[in-house]
Design a protein around this ligand. Structure first.
Ligand code: F6R
Length: 238
């Protein structure tokens, strides 16, 4: 099935639209498993969800990725981000929130157990994704494999440069990450991909045709039967 494109006039409208899809699911299935992402793009959606008086008490969440190595208490860790932007603002039980452990002694084992955990939870009902300017999804960088589970990966120079905006120094950016692979992501029942800003225009353009290429990992999402791309006009028009 073709990807669906919802074009919103700006970031705010995109965030509200995405939040409504999550809110509807939470009301319909109070024990849903939500697949979550970090980064600037979903912040507005998390703000909306935090203000929406939803009941997260039986909700479970699994995040896409985490830097490696990094302490969960480091302000740049994705665990810290999630606690700050969503988990501390809603009534989710913190023990029902899962982010890959960036300080695991054995990262390969952590990845294997993460996939087992997702399976044990019954799979992801709704996964939100952002996209890198180079088309990465999670930390599945250009050249990534389609059939890949959660794994340890090296960040590309361009992603290290893009993410250095949050760190004091570019040399502080971890060079590796633990990330769900494309297989793990594609097993989500429904996917919402958020794309905002002119800097993402080229990545978005690659989704508008039928081509699938590992050079732009987001194009693998064309294989899924229920993907909604929610973008703003900046991203769409460039
Ligand atoms: C974050 C993630 C990344 C980001 C992407 C875009 O969990 O998986 O793939 O979605 O790097 O980041 P922003 O939204 O900061 O432009």
């Amino acid at each position: 099935m073709k990807m669906k494109f919802d074009i919103c006039k700006n970031y705010d409208e995109m965030s509200k639209h995405a939040a409504k899809i999550f809110a509807d699911l939470i009301k319909e299935k109070p024990n849903a498993v939500l697949g979550l992402a970090t980064g600037s793009t979903p912040e507005g959606m998390y703000d909306e969800l935090s203000g929406a008086e939803l009941d997260f008490s039986s909700i479970k969440t699994v995040n896409l990725d985490e830097y490696y190595p990094i302490s969960p208490y480091n302000e740049n860790s994705y665990r810290y981000f999630m606690n700050k932007h969503l988990f501390s603002r809603v009534n989710v039980k913190i023990e029902n929130t899962y982010v890959p452990n960036g300080s695991a002694a054995d990262p390969e084992k952590e990845c294997k157990e993460y996939d087992e955990l997702i399976e044990k939870l019954g799979g992801i009902d709704l996964q939100v994704l952002g996209i890198g300017p180079n088309g990465h999804i999670g930390f599945n960088e250009p050249g990534s494999e389609l059939f890949s589970n959660t794994h340890v990966t090296a960040l590309t120079e361009s992603t290290i440069a893009a993410n250095s905006r949050f760190f004091d120094n570019i040399s502080d950016v971890p060079t590796k990450a633990l990330t769900m692979g494309m297989s793990s992501i594609l097993s989500a029942k429904k996917i919402v991909l958020l794309i905002s800003g002119k800097v993402k225009h080229n990545a978005l353009k690659a989704l508008l045709n039928d081509k699938i290429t590992p050079n732009v990992p987001a194009t693998f999402l064309k294989l899924h039967r229920d993907v909604t791309v929610i973008c703003d006009t900046d991203a769409y028009n460039g």
